[in-house]
Write a protein that binds this ligand. Structure first.
Ligand SMILES: NC(=O)c1ccc[n+]([C@@H]2O[C@H](COP(=O)([O-])OP(=O)(O)OC[C@H]3O[C@@H](n4cnc5c(N)ncnc54)[C@H](O)[C@@H]3O)[C@@H](O)[C@H]2O)c1
Length: 329
């Protein structure tokens, strides 16, 4: 089986490439990634020499490049992870989010249909559902789309295009909507790696607003395992929520990290809230648990400690990234 993964140089895409090359002996992987600031070949060192792996440096919205690739190589399945993924960047400059997250998805859907790709997994996010109040239930697959940021609106648009390709053309698409990921190789502009690396560097931790915004955290390896199950066994034309039933406010995450890293409370510095900041995300993963017998294998404490240790042990990975771009939050 040949699987085309887009965004395979990024945080989650590279975890998926490593998982498939390590765990599935029959799988060949084509990684389509144009290497934005978030794409890093260092995420796949060692794997890039595997004869079952190839990297095609191209933009997913480049119709000519996608047509050429899919017409030349028989591809059985596409997992579309490529995206502009940082909410704060989308607030300041939405255009690349539309180009990659919306147009790129449409181009991939179009050429996968033309060249007979049987399965197409669109990697989406719980952010397409919008925001919950602190005392309001959880997101199910039936929750209406109500995105708040240009990032999540672009992801929601891609979900609708993906479902439309199933209804109109009968394409074998599936969508996954996952909660906040953490783990090794996450770009240090996102909350957990930003706090851990700032802590190591003796820099403050900028905490948005009152710090009570709640996220539902999942270890990246559990997410990619779920994606692989949905790609192989998910019902075509439908959506699977992925989450680990693990809600924490940003302040709780910061306080846990403070204790473990033995840092003083003054490390946390309140900053102006993000525009349109969603209060709470919470995923009901009941469908994937029941229908595909998936459940997360990593507990929060163990996986978070493993993540902190990974950033401590790999300054050579994150220091150049922080030097090249001034992280926002
Ligand atoms: N990080 C999370 O917590 C989270 C949670 C749920 C869903 N998601 C979704 O998972 C996917 C991966 O997220 P991530 O955190 O790994 O992102 P990331 O920013 O770390 O990686 C994105 C990758 O896509 C590549 N890319 C960007 N634009 C491209 C284009 N036009 N053509 C080809 N490649 C391009 C980048 O070079 C990079 O390697 C995204 O679709 C995101 O919406 C992320």
């Amino acid at each position: 089986m040949r699987v085309l993964i887009t965004g395979g140089l990024g945080f989650i895409g590279s975890a998926l490439v490593r998982r498939l090359l390590d765990g599935e002996r029959e799988i060949e992987v084509i990684n389509v990634d144009c290497q934005t600031y978030a794409g890093n070949p260092a995420n796949l060192v060692g794997y890039d020499r595997n004869p079952r792996y190839q990297w095609v440096r191209a933009q997913i919205q480049d119709s000519a490049a996608m047509a050429a690739l899919l017409s030349r190589q028989q591809v059985d399945a596409i997992i579309n992870c490529a995206a502009e993924s940082h909410v704060d960047r989308s607030i300041h400059n939405p255009e690349p989010f539309i180009a990659t997250n919306v147009l790129g998805t449409e181009v991939l859907l179009h050429y996968s249909r033309r060249y007979g790709v049987e399965r197409f997994l669109q990697m989406s996010t719980d952010e397409v559902y919008g925001s919950l109040d602190l005392d309001q239930g959880v997101f199910t697959e039936q929750t209406p789309l109500n995105p708040s940021s240009p990032y999540s609106a672009a992801k929601a648009s891609a979900d609708l295009l993906t479902l439309a390709h199933h209804r109109t053309y009968g394409q074998g698409v599936v969508i996954t909507r996952c909660s906040n990921n953490f783990g090794p190789f996450q770009y240090p502009e996102k909350l957990i790696p930003l706090f851990v690396t700032n802590g190591i560097e003796g820099k403050p931790w900028p905490l948005y607003g009152d710090g009570r915004n709640v996220r539902d955290w999942i270890f990246v390896e559990d997410h990619v395992e779920a994606v692989w199950e949905v790609l192989r066994r998910g019902e075509a034309g439908s959506v699977y929520n992925i989450g680990a039933r693990n809600e924490h406010s940003n302040r709780e995450v910061a306080e846990t990290l403070l204790r473990w890293m033995e840092l003083p409370a003054g490390q946390i510095v309140a900053v102006d809230d993000r525009l349109g900041h969603d209060r709470r995300y919470a995923i009901d993963p009941g469908r994937i648990e029941r229908e595909l017998q998936w459940s997360p294998r990593h507990g929060w404490d163990e996986a978070l400690r493993q993540t902190v240790e990974w950033y401590r042990a790999h300054p050579q990975w994150w220091q150049p990234l922080k030097a090249a771009t001034a992280p926002t939050a």
